[in-house]
Design a protein around this ligand. Structure first.
Ligand code: OGA
Ligand code: MN
Length: 295
């Protein structure tokens, strides 16, 4: 069966049929899916009962994979998943629910804030692929916002004002906004801010998008309060319902999104019940800010 992509939401979410992610893709299938990502920015695949290895193999069609290093406060010895996928669950190494006050769980609640994956890395992520392994009974929808449409809808004066702005992103900013402020010296070093352009252009089709994230906490040349107000205003603008798709998960859904063109967040869910989601992340290939290339 050939790959088919049907529009789910306006112009930025497609539903893919005709692929079985338990098998290697043909080169044509991989090309069609990547072209679909460039056109849409979010693709939904239903009924994909895959292993971690199959998820990684699928992700590898689109570039090198990111390691999980530096994206949590979970000591490496405490990881639940050995495959190298990011663990986006509320479970510990023993497979049981993490205690309510567990530091790693509290840190991961930052995923409830609008963000773009790995915008806190000098070379931020390209695609993320999230697989639903255990659904939570209440809440836990994931929302996506189209940063191309949000950019297009800005007035010309604002577009000109922000065109060359450079933001600083850090995991300590997003977590700090939830009151999570205690870090070891090693974590402070790992989570040091990186610079990102506020407006970026897509490498294939050239459309501009707002590159926002709750990790962004300052803008070069601006005071912090002024920068944060501007960033808040832009996130508020960019996440109005007209730009947002709400994904209600079914078991074995895989959702793939382009972090260069979208924001996402998970909504609060029942923390007395498990939710097991696992993410493969395709690394980007270059910094958004030129001078970081030499670091
Ligand atoms: C992620 C993320 C959302 C979710 O995996 O990057 O933000 O629904 N997850 O768990
Ligand atoms: Mn995320």
């Amino acid at each position: 069966m050939p790959v088919a992509i049907q529009k789910l939401h306006r112009h930025f979410v497609g539903e893919v049929s005709g692929v079985d992610l338990t098998r290697p893709l043909t080169a044509d299938e991989a090309r069609e899916i990547e072209a679909g990502m460039d056109q849409y920015a979010v693709l939904v695949f239903h009924g994909q009962d895959i292993t971690d290895e199959q998820q990684q193999a699928f992700a590898c069609n689109f570039g090198e994979l990111e390691t999980t290093r530096g994206n949590s406060v979970t000591p490496s010895g405490d990881a639940r998943i050995a495959s190298g996928l990011s663990d986006v669950s509320n479970l510990g190494k023993d497979g049981k629910l993490l205690p309510r006050d567990n530091r790693q769980r509290l840190f991961n609640l930052g995923n409830c804030l609008w963000h773009s994956d790995s915008s806190f890395r000098a070379i931020p992520a390209k695609f993320s692929l999230l697989s639903a392994r255990v659904l939570n009974p209440k809440g836990g929808n994931t929302e996506f916002a189209d940063m191309r449409a949000a950019y297009d809808a800005l007035d010309e004066e604002t577009k000109a004002e922000i065109e060359d702005m450079i933001c600083e992103h850090s995991l300590m900013t997003s977590r700090g906004s939830l009151g999570f402020v205690d870090y070891t010296d090693e974590e402070k070093e790992t989570f040091k801010p990186v610079r990102q352009r506020l407006v970026r252009a897509h490498p294939v089709h050239g459309r501009k998008s707002l590159y926002l994230s709750s990790h962004a906490g300052s803008i070069l040349g601006m005071t912090v309060p002024e920068a944060r107000l501007l960033l808040r205003d832009l996130i508020e603008h960019a996440t109005q319902p007209e730009f947002v798709y709400v994904h209600k998960w079914s078991l074995h859904d895989l959702v793939m999104w382009d972090n260069r063109q979208t924001l996402h967040r998970v909504r609060r869910y029942d923390q007395s019940q498990p939710r097991d989601m696992r993410r493969a992340t395709v690394a980007g290939t270059s910094p958004t800010v030129a001078q970081q290339a030499v670091n």
